[in-house]
Design a binder for this molecule. Structure first.
Ligand code: FA5
Length: 338
């Protein structure tokens, strides 16, 4: 019996050391220590052993059981550790691979220029005001002194929703909306999108304007000219020449159009400035007293100036962009330059 026990122990010690698979180890454990296992059978058979040998054989059998259990546990842990190690090695990072680049969005150049203009005019005392892009004919035309069937409507060909509802052609309706709500003094800027039937390298069917309006006592054309000159030198630098040309708008009298020397060609003439050396950035003038009738201001007491600036034109001049269409083509390579 002792030899049988010794033989069993030797066999399983050798087997346990040789096995390197969790499943095989579990099967071997069942085969020797399980309910019907070889060692379990020996322990069960102890009752048939001669009484004088029983305790000795019993002690040896229990010792063998303890040893084998310990060996199985240790080997199983070692095999499991090796499996884990191999798994981690298989998943290891290849440090030579290029990293995955995160995508960072950024503010569109036109929104950035708009924010810069809001800040600059904010510093000159102008508050922000806004109005709807889908506008009533009354605010877009009529209250700006452009009655139905007046030829001045042809200056801004627009998109009609219905007879009285249009996509606004300029930000000037916000002048009326603001004056309706507020008594003088009024000093606001109103940025936003506007729409016209217009398309070439300096004209887009949807574009952005920023309107300025200052109504108070004793506001004169000199204030308008001074304000725009300050704006121009602050935003573009002292080197850029500014030019006021007499013009006509039904809602200002007198009216002017303001050009800035073309940065693309330095004033010598190119496609962007239509070979004139100048690019028009805004229309402006003294608020026509006729408008005060619509908003119940006293034209004997108040005067004011207004201007409407094209934001794309400002961005084109600031960054030397020759074609207005680049802003709306969604070419990330273009947009990421700014
Ligand atoms: C107006 O829109 C007037 N509301 C401006 C104004 C406001 C005058 C207040 C007097 C008092 P005009 O149509 O000229 O004016 O447009 C103003 C500016 O918008 C232009 O100088 C130009 O910079 C820009 N602009 C006009 N049409 C387009 C277009 N299709 N695409 C891009 N920019 C344009």
């Amino acid at each position: 019996m002792k030899d049988q026990l010794e033989d069993l122990k030797q066999r399983y010690v050798a087997l346990i050391s040789a096995l390197s698979d969790e499943k095989a180890l579990s099967e071997a454990r069942t085969k020797v220590l399980g309910r019907k296992g070889e060692l379990t059978a020996i322990l069960r058979g102890l009752k048939d052993v001669a009484p004088e040998l029983r305790s000795e054989i019993g002690r040896l059998a229990n010792l063998a059981k303890e040893q084998l259990e310990k060996m199985f546990t240790e080997r199983e842990a070692a095999v499991q550790a090796e499996v884990e190690k191999a798994k981690v090695a298989g998943e290891s990072v290849d440090v030579t691979l290029p990293g995955r680049r995160s995508f960072f969005g950024r503010t569109h150049i036109l929104n950035r220029v708009t924010d810069e203009l809001i800040e600059l005019f904010g510093g000159l005392g102008f508050q922000l005001a806004e109005g709807p892009e889908v506008e009533l004919d009354y605010y877009n035309f009529e209250a700006l002194n452009i009655p139905h069937d007046h030829p001045a409507r042809d200056m801004q060909d627009t998109f009609y929703f219905s007879k009285n509802v249009v996509l606004r052609t300029h930000t000037s309706p916000v002048q009326i909306r603001t004056m309706e709500k507020q008594s003088p003094p009024v000093r606001v800027i109103c940025p936003g999108k506007v729409y016209r039937r217009d398309a070439d390298i300096t004209h887009s069917p949807m574009f952005m304007q920023i309107e300025g309006l200052w109504v108070d006592r004793d506001i004169s054309l000199a204030d308008l000219k001074g304000m725009l000159t300050v704006f121009c030198s602050e935003y573009f630098g002292e080197d850029f020449a500014l030019r006021f040309r007499p013009s006509f708008f039904p809602f200002t009298e007198p009216s002017a159009e303001v050009d800035i020397q073309c940065v693309i060609c330095g004033g010598s003439g190119c496609r962007t400035c239509s070979f004139t050396g100048w690019l028009e950035i805004l229309g402006a003038g003294m608020v026509d007293p006729e408008l005060y009738r619509f908003v119940h201001y006293d034209p004997e007491v108040y005067t004011g100036f207004a201007f409407g600036m094209g934001i794309e034109r400002v961005a084109m001049l600031k960054y030397g962009i020759p074609d207005i269409r680049s802003f709306y083509e969604n070419d990330i390579r273009f947009l990421h330059q700014f």
